[in-house]
Design a binder for this molecule. Structure first.
Ligand code: SF4
Length: 729
């Protein structure tokens, strides 16, 4: 409650208001769902917009003033020649029925599955005059050149689509346009349960509708589906995805190492992987990666087009052959830098760092040498037709992306983005799925606008961004500088984030760099999904909070994204599982103290109690020995000596407190090392110094005693004017 003083200023008197602070301060909720299903949560939930899957703002941040509105067009506005769509009124016909066969209950698709693989939706037209399938013109059908199909969207809108009679769908976009739910769409709805939460029992239809609108893609080459690919989707209606780049370079790495990196990236949550090899046996490396991957694989085909050649020699036969070859191999998406046009190059000359995209710089050189327009731009329709044959998705490259903050959001970048919008429309007209690549290096304040101008110019096609880095002066830490930008970009509209590793700008990422990059980006993606209010995205966080509140370390580790690191870091300081950790120690552990305050039941959630020694809740228990992986994590940190890590692993370290370091131990007993080893003496003194630092290291019984002696059951209710019967939480 605010009151006016005699001098005209305002005074705030919260105690005088009957309303709780959330009401008084008017938290800016816009109708987005709370991303967690935790019924006792106290947060107001997401401040994003109400979900609009099936509309231009699927999961979206509120626009700050000055942001461009979403495009009013979708892929439905860019149908191939001979196609049309009408929005009808109330549904009248049987779902999925072909309009001129409706009364006979004919199926809406007049073909049949021809692939031996049930996951591959390859179709072929049924033979003419096949009465059973109804392909032949029926008496009610006057127009023998076209067919019509009706279906109802997940939102309940009835659509009628007219398409050429001899048309055979191949791509997910084409199936979606015909109202067909493919096995891949079903799989996406199964993997991303929020579709079924928002549209009960119609999740797969919602996926289909987003694909038909061009706002969602399923990068699933029909040949990759015959291997191990598990279909996934990229688009703002789905959860934010993360791409990991890898690939051999002329100076480093080989096929085996790259396959190992692929598996490693999958382990750490990469949703797609790009093979950016520029050295070694590119073809063998790509084939091996495609054979082994469960995630979609992307490439930049121009790299293999110029191996052993000069860029000046690039011609259409080379491009055509290379695209066919890689598509046939099973690559799921291609980055093609067709948006860099001759007219854009004049905007580049005043940049601090010019063109930083490999593909962009190569094609710029090709244009200057030949004094011609970008061959990828002029041959776009032919390129589309190659991709369509295998359902390869476009990731239309941003060859003029800024390479530093000083070049962000400049004329070159925006001129190219306008062209990317035009290329999107042209690709949709050829039935090809599209996503758009984006920057790069963008100051934090420009990120929202970058995301929203893309949404406008490219009609909601999924935005796939690299970072962006929000500062340029931290080489070695660019996984952090960029994941800050990536979080913001995803919240404002990006659908997939291309990871950046600590080796960015410095060298070829190694295994641990891949892990660091993946984790940084999983954090960015997950943080954005929670902020956007995607149903259920916060559930695991809430579970972990409950385990943390209960000081249940086992569950805490189990729910962690990286359990090995969590356990190793915990055990590094205190390998006893008890009601506190080494951060604050026993007496200062606020979580433990909070558990003692009976009015606040935090940490007592059913199923989360920490059961300690002797099956007693809360009793201290020795932590399990470290696994080799956990030992390696500590070894890399370099804080502990190998011998100290060995002790954590083999449990020769004595239980804290109870068996404090004795003079025997300081002489080396209980150690594998000889008693006079200098290592042992150093270890023992280190343990002793740790113990003396943590004066609260105690055995379970002492811990209990201390708790009873030193802690009182505090009832804070009277202090806050809360009646005894009120439930605070
Ligand atoms: S000791 Fe400190 S950091 Fe550790 S659980 Fe308790 S409050 Fe958390």
């Amino acid at each position: 409650m605010t009151t006016m003083n005699t001098n005209g200023s305002t005074a705030h008197n919260p105690a005088a208001s009957p309303l709780p602070p959330l009401h008084r301060f008017r938290a800016p909720t816009h109708g987005a769902r709370n991303p967690g299903n935790e019924p006792t949560a106290t947060t107001p939930g997401s401040f994003a917009l109400r979900h609009d899957v099936g509309g231009p703002r699927m999961f979206a941040s509120p626009d700050t003033p000055g942001m461009p509105a979403p495009s009013e067009k979708t892929a439905w506005d860019f149908l191939p020649e001979g196609w049309s769509v009408e929005a009808l009124g109330t549904p009248s016909l049987r779902e999925g029925s072909e309009i001129h066969h409706a009364e006979r209950g004919g199926t809406h698709w007049q073909g049949r599955v021809t692939s031996g693989n049930p996951h591959v939706p390859t179709m072929e037209a049924a033979p003419a005059n096949d009465g059973e399938r109804g392909t032949a013109a029926c008496s009610c059908c006057k127009d023998e050149t076209h067919k019509k199909v009706e279906f109802t969207t997940a939102k309940g809108e009835r659509l009628r689509v007219t398409y050429p009679r001899d048309f055979i769908p191949i791509t997910q976009l084409e199936f979606a346009r015909l109202g067909i739910v493919t096995p891949q769409m079903k799989r996406v709805a199964e993997r991303e349960s929020h579709f079924n939460v928002l549209y009960p029992n119609k999740g797969a239809e919602a996926v289909r509708d987003e694909i038909a609108a061009g706002r969602l893609v399923i990068p699933a080459n029909i040949n990759h589906l015959t291997h191990k690919l598990d279909p996934m989707a990229i688009g703002r209606a789905s959860k934010t995805k993360v791409n990991a780049n890898m690939g051999a370079s002329p100076v480093s790495s080989g096929t085996d190492e790259e396959v190992e990196k692929l598996k490693w990236a999958e382990k750490w949550g990469a949703d797609t992987v790009m093979d950016l090899s520029t050295g070694g046996d590119l073809d063998a490396c790509r084939a091996a990666i495609l054979r082994e991957s469960t995630v979609p694989i992307g490439t930049v085909p121009i790299y293999s087009m110029i191996i052993g050649k000069k860029i000046e020699d690039l011609d259409w036969p080379t491009i055509e052959a290379s695209l066919h070859h890689q598509a046939k191999q099973g690559v799921d998406y291609f980055t093609i830098h067709a948006g860099v046009r001759r007219a854009h190059l004049k905007y580049v000359k005043n940049r601090l760092i010019g063109i930083v995209s490999r593909g962009g710089s190569l094609l710029a050189k090709w244009m200057l040498v030949h004094n011609q327009e970008n061959i990828m731009y002029t041959r776009w329709e032919e390129i589309c037709d190659i991709l369509r044959q295998y359902d390869v998705t476009f990731s239309i490259g941003d060859g003029l992306r800024p390479g530093g903050l000083a070049d962000a959001t400049d004329d070159a970048q925006l001129a190219e983005l306008e062209t990317l919008g035009e290329l999107t429309e042209r690709a949709w007209r050829r039935g090809v799925q599209v996503m758009i690549e984006g920057p790069g290096h963008v100051p934090f304040d420009q990120i929202e606008w970058n995301a929203k101008i893309q949404r406008t110019l490219c009609h909601g096609a999924p935005f796939y961004v690299l970072g962006p880095l929000v500062t340029d002066m931290f080489p070695g830490y660019d996984h952090i500088t960029s994941c800050i930008g990536a979080t913001s970009m995803a919240y404002h509209g990006a659908a997939m984030l291309c990871y950046v590793t600590p080796k960015e700008h410095l060298g070829l990422p190694k295994k641990d760099d891949v892990k660091q990059g993946c984790i940084a980006y999983k954090i960015a993606a997950h943080a954005a999904d929670i902020a956007l209010g995607i149903p259920g995205t916060r559930d695991r966080d809430d579970e972990l909070t409950k385990a943390r509140a209960a000081l249940n370390w086992e569950k805490h580790f189990e729910l962690s994204f990286d359990p090995d690191t969590a356990r190793a870091y915990h055990d590094e300081d205190l390998d006893v599982d008890t009601d506190f950790c080494a951060m604050c120690g026993h007496d200062w552990c606020s979580v433990r103290i909070s558990k003692e305050i009976v009015e606040f039941v935090s940490g007592k959630a059913e199923g989360f109690e920490r059961i300690g020694a002797g099956g007693k809740p809360g009793a201290a228990i020795k932590s399990a020995a470290l696994t080799p992986e956990q030992q390696e994590i500590l070894a890399r940190r370099g804080v502990l000596s190998p011998d100290e890590i060995h002790k954590l692993a083999s449990k020769v370290k004595k239980a804290m407190g109870k068996e404090r370091v004795t003079s025997d131990e300081s002489r080396g007993q209980g150690s594998d090392a000889p008693p006079d080893s200098p290592l042992v003496a150093r270890d023992s003194s280190l343990i002793a110094s740790k113990l003396s630092c943590h004066s609260d290291y105690v055995d379970p019984e002492t811990a209990k005693k201390v708790q009873q002696e030193k802690l009182v059951q505090v009832n804070l209710a009277p202090a806050f004017g809360i009646a005894k019967e009120d439930r605070v939480i």
